[in-house]
Ligand binder design. Structure first.
Ligand code: ADP
Ligand code: ZN
Length: 517
């Protein structure tokens, strides 16, 4: 019989385990209930897929989203692993054949929603199978302390207890604060010595944020010149932009290839291969590029457009420096990208609670772009862990002076107050800069006390300061689809002259980014 390492190689083609994977798999084999906390992209799936292939009977995988399930099952099949999903989109006549295939050992992994586990009839059906492991993906959904609480998760324990095989449980999540971890442990009978928590910190990554560069292409060319001969990935957010940027960089003399989902399978495989074997050092890609990329010596990942959430960003940025050598993760942040993402969420057909989470995640990207704290620390904290300031990100290295922006902050906060929290960022910025657009007079903003107090300032700069005040908690965005700006208690202190607001000089920020320092 093969051991886990050999299974890793045979089915997945990887030579070694990522941090935490071996320990988790070993504990599962020892019959322990285990909680695995690992960063997104850290390789959680393998932790149950490998045992599933090695133990007799079937493994049930609880997964919250049908789309996620579908991706997983498709990718399992690509690896030649028999897997199937049962959810509300499964045709009724397909259910029994799938269960039969599980019974016969032809399917090793069965993905189901937590809601299905609640159904008595499904529990009855499941009891014909030999279920020896239940893997619970996105296990933080079990906890009201988590950000995605889902009632059906809370009932999983009953569903698992109803199985005559008394399967082991492996709970997995990328986000778990201490409270959530304890909750998961209690709910699923996992003792603390079986919590395997890998660190989210990536010590060899230098994060760099460039806020609204005046000319992104010039920045990129300059950056690439300083990183000649290194392998790197440049992410952009649409196929069209990927193609445009690729063309442009070629004309500038760089050896670069494009990658996006609109290309044929052969073309994509070719590009991936050329990159893997160092024939082409630079790839410009949409987020379609990544799955299955296992290149260890990527020296930088540059996001020409901001990612749509921090999970995705960290996963993509994390493709740099897998070999442990010093590497860079750069993001060029344009507020307009967020407007585009927002538009997509506004117009999506997903349910309300899902959209709400997406809006929150967008806000986190804006906060990331506006924070002046350590970027690594910001990300690690977002994932519910902590680490010391890294000393190498663009914020840690920014020695730019803090500028006192209290007067501007007061004007903006005052304007928000004048507007009674009934308007969004754009109106606030227009009103405080004394804009003459029709809407402003229509709503009577031009008669407010703080109207035009920042006349002469660029609206984009004022907008950026509004974002900064939000990221610092002086202002707050309320509502999802059309968020309105509200004043917080901290904001009141500024308005009352009890607190001062400081911000690093924007100029220095930009210079720092452009000289690559
Ligand atoms: P997560 O669920 O933790 O976000 P995944 O399980 O989707 O992460 O894994 C992310 C990527 O890492 C996948 O492409 C996977 O094939 C790859 N991966 C997982 N384990 C390893 C490993 N030991 N070596 C190389 N790549 C791995
Ligand atoms: Zn730092």
């Amino acid at each position: 019989m093969l051991d886990p390492q050999q299974v890793l190689k045979k089915y997945f083609g990887y030579d070694s385990f990522r941090p935490g994977q071996r320990e988790i798999i070993e504990k599962v084999f020892q019959g322990k209930n285990v909680l695995a906390v690992m960063p997104t992209g850290g390789g959680k799936s393998l932790c149950y897929q490998i045992p599933a292939l090695m133990i007799p009977g079937a493994t049930v995988v609880i997964s919250p989203l049908i789309s996620l399930m579908k991706d997983q099952v498709d990718s399992m099949r690509e690896y030649g692993i028999p897997a199937a999903a049962l959810n509300s989109s499964t045709a009724q006549e397909d259910v029994n054949p799938i269960l039969r295939a599980c019974y016969e050992g032809k399917i090793k992994l069965l993905y189901v929603t937590p809601e299905r586990m609640e159904m008595d009839y499904f529990r009855y059906q499941l009891n014909f199978l030999e279920v020896n492991l239940v893997a619970i993906d996105e296990a933080h959904c079990i906890s009201q302390w988590g950000h995605d609480f889902r009632p059906a998760y809370r009932k999983l324990k009953d569903g698992i207890n109803a199985l005559h095989t008394h399967p082991n449980v492996l709970a997995l999540t990328a986000t778990a604060t201490k409270a959530v971890r304890e909750d998961i442990g209690q709910q699923l009978d996992i003792s603390e010595e079986n919590f395997v928590i890998t660190s989210f910190e990536r010590k060899n990554l230098h994060f760099k944020l460039v806020n609204a560069p005046k000319n992104s292409r010039a920045y990129i060319v300059n950056y690439l010149k300083q990183h000649r001969g290194e392998a790197g990935i440049i992410y952009s957010n649409t196929r069209k932009k990927v193609e445009g940027l690729t063309e442009f960089l070629r004309r500038e003399g760089f050896n670069v290839a494009a990658y996006h989902a609109g290309m044929s399978n052969e073309e994509r495989a070719q590009v991936q291969d050329d990159f893997q074997y160092d024939r082409i050092p630079l790839i410009v890609a949409t987020n379609a590029f990544g799955m299955g990329i296992d290149k260890s010596n990527v020296r930088f990942v540059l996001h020409a457009n901001s990612a749509k959430n921090l999970e995705a960003y960290y996963q993509e940025a994390g493709r740099a420096g897998r070999d442990g050598l010093e590497s860079e993760a750069v993001m060029l942040f344009h507020p307009s990208d967020l407007r585009q993402f927002r538009w997509f969420i506004d117009n999506s057909e997903a349910d309300e609670s899902y959209r709400q989470v997406q809006y929150q995640k967008l806000q986190t990207i804006s906060d990331y772009a506006n924070t002046d704290e350590c970027l690594q620390q910001f990300i690690v904290r977002y994932f519910g862990q902590d680490c010391p300031p890294c000393g190498k990100c663009s914020n840690c290295l920014n020695s730019g002076d803090f500028q006192d922006v209290t007067a501007e902050a007061q004007a903006i906060i005052g304007m928000v107050y004048d507007l009674d929290g009934r308007y969004g960022k754009r109106i606030v910025a227009q009103a405080v800069t004394g804009s003459k657009v029709k809407k402003i007079s229509e709503i009577g903003a031009d008669e407010c006390v703080h109207y035009g107090l920042l006349k002469g300032k660029k609206q984009a700069d004022v907008s950026s300061l509004v974002d900064y005040l939000v990221s610092k908690g002086y202002l707050q965005l309320v509502g999802d689809c059309y968020p309105l700006v509200h004043v917080t208690n901290r904001g009141w202190d500024v308005l009352d002259g009890k607190a001062r607001v400081k911000r690093r000089q924007e100029v220095k920020r930009e210079q720092l980014a452009e000289t690559g320092g």
